[in-house]
Design a protein around this ligand. Sequence first.
Ligand SMILES: Cc1cc2nc3c(=O)[nH]c(=O)nc-3n(C[C@H](O)[C@H](O)[C@H](O)COP(=O)(O)OP(=O)(O)OC[C@H]3O[C@@H](n4cnc5c(N)ncnc54)[C@H](O)[C@@H]3O)c2cc1C
Length: 415
Amino acid sequence: MSRHVVVVGSGVVGTFAAYHLARGGWRVTVLDRGAFGRGCSHANCGYVCPSHVLPLAVPGAVGATLRTLFHKNSPLKVRPATVLANLGWFLGFARRCNKKQMLAAGAAIQALLNSSRQLFADVIDAEKLDVEWETKGLLFVFRSQAGFDHYAPTDELLRDRFATPARRLDAAELMALEPALLPGNAGGYHYEGDAHLRPDRLMSELRRVLVGLGVEVREHTPVTGFAVANGTATAVQTAAGDVPADAVVVATGAWTPQLNRALGARVPILPGKGYSLTMPRPAACPRVPLIFEEHRVAVTPFASGYRLGSTMEFAGYDETLNRARLGILTDAAKLYLRDPLAEPVQEEWWGWRPMTPDGLPVIDRAPAAGNVLIAAGHNMLGLSMAPATGKLVAEVLAGGSTHLDPAPYRLARFE
Ligand SMILES: Cc1cc2nc3c(=O)[nH]c(=O)nc-3n(C[C@H](O)[C@H](O)[C@H](O)COP(=O)(O)OP(=O)(O)OC[C@H]3O[C@@H](n4cnc5c(N)ncnc54)[C@H](O)[C@@H]3O)c2cc1C
């Protein structure tokens, strides 16, 4: 009989892990504390973006973060109380804001991004996923000449160090590529290798595929811990009873630290709250996904709709929907787009990104039990890194060779 693996968490990371494990011959059960795919993977911006190689921890990031403390409506917001309660995390972040560690983190992020970009194309094709997948790239738009010039060294770094070149566009070329923009922007960079899809469609399509592969999905079943004997988990504990398991994957995103005691580790993940607004396509809908880098707002045109998204708030596990944060999205869209909004608003949403101090996920065995694998902490790129993470998880549990070096994702880097 095939071995049984329990995947805790039905976000995009847990779901891709379940997919690769089921394809690898495991009997798979997915458990979630809430509804399937309704965590951070539900209404994010949908970018599958190999261009996003660099972590948040870059030289100068500490000063930029401190300045936001004094701006009421900054897209990046850090509550002083959250800093004080999580001083170790923020010091770890600050320590990594140097070129050497930025480049090392970038290489490890890129390995997951590039592998995932290819796997998305393969899995969408193989499983006939109807997820509004489009390969039109991602267009960074700069309003001011100063902002455009300021970004140039980053683009150079991506091109020269990470082999991720963009097409540089002057103001006229920008308008020609994207007529939905208002005139007057300084220019842009088009990362043509990026792609996008509709995240809620992805989650429902992956669920369809998993069920077809015989995977059992149990919703509204919070996991509280593991039964462990001699360093091996024998079952996953839930309020509805124990679920016997030969192996466990913990893909609980921003909630992961709530399982610290059971994992035998302090997994340094903080929730980084972001927002999105989903509408029908406006009359002058953008052709390509856009990022307004100076305002840190993203625009995603789907075949079936239109989404504004982004902002980042470190405010603990705060579940309120703050309309002022949504206002940051609409205000920015009005600055850049001819037709920035459409009626009716179909969804106002927030999600907790699972943020680590170095921008890298943890993909590693838990100290408490060798057959429990943590796969969490994908920061701002969980969608873009999920297929390769899922493949790596399945390879590690199979005990053979892995398609990526797992070393950069080990927990020990935080010791
Ligand atoms: C506004 C916004 C825009 C974004 N845009 C992009 C983008 O364009 N591209 C990109 O790559 N990324 C993007 N991201 C980031 C991306 O959404 C996340 O990195 C990703 O969704 C994390 O996936 P996950 O599976 O780890 O977590 P989640 O999707 O949050 O899933 C974790 C699941 O675990 C469950 N869970 C937690 N604890 C337990 C427990 N004890 N028992 C059982 N179940 C449990 C939760 O209910 C949840 O369903 C964006 C995020 C935001 C907020």
